[in-house]
Design a protein around this ligand. Structure first.
Ligand SMILES: [Zn+2]
Ligand SMILES: [Zn+2]
Length: 336
């Protein structure tokens, strides 16, 4: 099969690769389409904490495929499916409490085991979810990133009417705008860097898009850029009693100075969020299958597997810097 392989940090190419061999309780899936995100760039460049990656690595943690075998009670061969990327051990205390994102044995498709930018991938059958035939694969390809955002937004209950600032203008920020809309917010302001992202942000559900840091403070601030300066901006935008959610994944080793006194005096919550729980994933699949979430309008760049280099360049912003950039996807297979 062909796959997009990072041999070691800095060395990435589409290569011929041995077909995977499904282990016990695993099933084969043939990916149709895979999204790429900033984390893939960090995996290529070696910017991810070594605890969370194993090289050589087949990339791809946001993907939709066609099932090659049956998963009794869930799906049959030929069905289109998505597969939870985080592989839970199901026996550690975190897993037993439903917090499999913090499983004692970290294992994730596209990070520590082969990903979905490949013609075949072997996955645990228990993590397979069927996609309704009416759903477009370009909507379903967002299930992985939406699950991460959904988990962060539902971890601590949010009340209706909150004023919301989202710091960042990449896909995670745009998905955050799209999903927070479902939670009856007050005003939603996206604080971006690139004016060219305005239309996508407004379409995603923002009430306003600004490139200057607003003067006012917000009840909920979502940091979705994953850089030190963006985290500083997010904290500065938080009102008294606010919650700041860190959704972006900064490069390993990033630090910023904070004033703990302000968090105490202002009665604020600073919430990180890692991956997604099994229940967050299931809830997002349910909403996508019900036709309630259709984020495919966020796809701005499409490439074939052989054009993966172009996808990587698009993500790095090397091409079309004056065009809007939402999700970058790779069509892995055209015949199924
Ligand atoms: Zn991603
Ligand atoms: Zn576990």
């Amino acid at each position: 099969m062909k796959a997009l392989v990072v041999r070691a940090p800095g060395t990435v190419a589409v290569e011929a690769h041995d077909d995977p061999l499904p282990a016990d309780l695993e099933v084969m899936v043939a990916p149709l389409i895979s999204g790429m995100c900033g984390t893939d760039i960090e995996l290529i460049d070696g910017g991810v904490d070594p605890m969370y990656v194993r090289y050589p690595l087949i990339l791809g943690h946001e993907w939709v495929g066609v099932l090659r075998g049956d998963v009794p009670g869930v799906a049959v061969a030929g069905d289109r499916v998505v597969v939870e990327g985080i592989i839970p051990c199901d026996v550690c205390s975190e897993c037993l409490h439903g917090d499999c994102n913090r499983c004692a044995i970290y294992d994730e498709i596209g990070f520590t085991r082969p990903g979905g930018i490949a013609e075949l991938v072997a996955v645990p059958s228990r993590l397979v979810h069927r996609i309704d035939p009416a759903v477009e694969i370009e909507d379903a390809v967002f299930i992985e990133p939406m699950s991460g955002v959904w988990r962060a937004l539902t971890r601590i209950p949010l009340r209706a009417g909150l004023s919301v600032a989202i710091v960042g203008d990449g896909t995670i920020a745009l998905l955050a705008a799209h999903l927070i809309r479902r939670m009856n917010p007050g005003r939603v302001v996206v604080v971006g860097l690139r004016e060219v992202q305005r239309d996508l942000a407004m379409r995603a559900g923002a009430d306003a898009f600004v490139t200057d840091i607003p003067e006012q403070h917000f009840d909920l601030v979502i940091e979705a850029a994953g850089t030190g300066p963006a985290v500083r901006t997010a904290i500065a935008l938080a009102a008294r009693g606010a919650m700041v959610i860190l959704l972006g994944l900064p490069v390993h080793g990033t630090t910023i100075e904070i004033s703990p006194e302000d968090f105490v005096n202002n009665d604020q919550i600073l919430q990180g969020s890692f991956g997604y729980t099994r229940s967050a994933w299931a809830q997002v699949v349910e909403k996508v299958n019900a036709g309630e979430l259709k984020p495919s309008f966020l796809i701005t760049h499409r490439f074939s597997l052989d054009e993966s280099e172009g996808a990587i360049a698009a993500l790095r912003g090397g091409v079309g810097e004056h065009e809007p950039r939402g999700k970058v996807v790779i069509t892995v297979a055209t015949r199924h």
